[in-house]
Design a protein around this ligand. Sequence first.
Ligand code: SF4
Length: 87
Amino acid sequence: MEDGKEKRSRASAIKQLLVLPALAAAVAAGALPAEAADNKKQFKYQDKPGPHGRECSGCRFFRKPHGCSVVTGTISPKGWCIAWAKR
Ligand code: SF4
């Protein structure tokens, strides 16, 4: 029987797998990072924290003070998108 932690871990892994094709498509299009048109919609970026209080400031792609190596343009340290990955 699975415990809650294992279920969450599996769900997190599945979400990561869903994000990878979007990242691959962006790379293939030569769209990373700064040359891309605004891709906030593609990555479902929002200016508020995501599930479980996840924020850009805790993401490995966050670049101080308001940048990201995946999502283009200015982002909030308190924001979130589907490419979030633990730092
Ligand atoms: S959550 Fe998304 S927008 Fe925020 S730093 Fe990570 S990849 Fe960039």
